[in-house]
Design a protein around this ligand. Structure first.
Ligand code: CA
Length: 225
């Protein structure tokens, strides 16, 4: 059974989230503030954390920082519509994804399923598909449906290496820029747009309507299998 810690100070929302998750077979721990959340994590192993960023005793960002000192538990952040810088900070500190309030239960459940999929360690071999292109990260080979090799640059391989190992996860702009640093002098975030446009032209069935290499405006990118 998947155990989820919900950290939310709005009591009705906390109750609604807990009831919905329990109804779908999750085990739930409720916490109304950051201190209780950290106590709950010390007491029990949890598989995921749903975390409101605006808490009464400490900010959600501080909770993430504290959690990441001792655990890699996936964290999904709940944030207010206008808190874009908060969300970016949360992702950079190690949150895995976010939903913006108000959100639907289906949306949150989809994010929970995606983040609890196991991330693949860096030394494990990964073969993934982007559209009809088969990508082998270990041998850095990409082959299309007709068996023809697709040529990718070192920078493109570095981006794919980060994204394809974490299917469904939102990867922040900073994380991607750190990954490509060294292979290119172009480490301004605007260059990511260019790299991704190139990648989509090579890999996406319809590059202008990407289905696999997804931009999250102002946040980062996501690989959707
Ligand atoms: Ca709040």
């Amino acid at each position: 059974m998947t155990r989820v810690l919900i950290v939310e100070d709005e009591r009705p929302l906390l109750r609604a989230l807990a009831m919905n998750l329990v109804a779908r077979g999750y085990a739930v721990t409720e916490a109304e503030n950051g201190a209780r959340a950290l106590t709950a994590l010390a007491d029990h192993q949890h598989d995921a954390i749903v975390l409101d960023l605006g808490l009464p005793d400490m900010s959600g960002v501080e909770v993430i920082r504290a959690v990441r000192e001792f655990a890699t538990t996936p964290i999904i952040v709940l944030s207010a519509r206008n808190g874009s810088s908060d969300k970016v900070e949360a992702l950079d500190l190690g949150a895995d994804d976010y939903v913006t309030k108000p959100f639907s239960m289906d949306e949150l459940l989809a994010r929970l399923r995606a983040t609890s999929r196991r991330a693949v360690a860096a030394d494990e071999s990964v073969v993934a598909h982007v559209g009809s292109v088969r990508i082998d990260l270990a041998t850095t080979t990409a082959v299309d449906q007709a068996g023809k090799a697709v040529h990718l640059t070192p920078t493109e391989w570095k981006l794919l290496d980060v994204l394809l190992r974490r299917p469904g996860k939102l990867i922040s702009t900073d994380t991607l820029l750190t990954a490509v640093r060294g292979s290119t002098e172009h480490t301004d975030s605007s260059y990511l747009r260019i790299y991704f446009a190139q990648l989509r032209r090579k890999l996406e069935p319809e590059p202008s309507r990407p289905r696999h290499l997804i931009t999250e405006p102002g946040m980062g990118y996501r690989y959707r299998p």
